[in-house]
Write a new protein. Sequence first.
Length: 254
Amino acid sequence: MFQDLRGKVALVTGGGRGLGYSLAAALADDGAAVALLDVLPEVAETARTLGQQRQVPALGLVADVRDPEAVEAAFGTVTEALGAPDVLVTAAGITIWGDSVDVEPQTWQRVLDINLSGTFYACQSFGRRALARGSGSAILVSSMSAQIVNVPQFQVSYHASKAGVSMVAQSLGVEWAPRGVRVNAIAPGYMLSEMTRQFTDANPDLARQWTDAIPLGRMGRPEDLSGLVGFLASDASGYLTSQTIVIDGGYTAV
């Protein structure tokens, strides 16, 4: 456990389920109070359950990361209830597959609005508070797809958005470093979240193709990210900023 996270406040976008929830749970395991932001109406109940299980303060708020005013309002509510966030995790994101020549403009825009703009808006609200305090760690969820082209699926909007997320981390990390705030990104490979498992169960041939390309011979589990997110949130990584750390079972190495 990263003991210095006890009593700190972590805000996780997309925290109502999937990787966002597992990352929030990992920080709660280290003793951090957690705030979950999600579009899911059940996020408040999800947060209550998480707080009871981990015995930490927890709050769930409905907010659409595409709306900067809603994001800022949510940060204000979290600050009043738990304190200004010390840690930000931006896990809200989607992917939409399709041949690029057939992608509708609204589909392209939706992916970028959620994955890239939503990440930036959360960083803005976090930065306003963290920079005033002179400390904080933002952990942006990018993807190995920021660096390589996944096959056989076509998802140019996802690749572009996640490459943008990695650059947001690099840029803000440099901009905010003199004022004590660190920004990094994690770039997961194929992760077997609950939603992904439903997809792979329905598409076993595609799942086998993905797995065969991973040197470790399996897809990642959400808990495989726990140590990394705790490390980046903790002062143990105090000299690490502006980096994207790939965690993919070796997929991008071959």
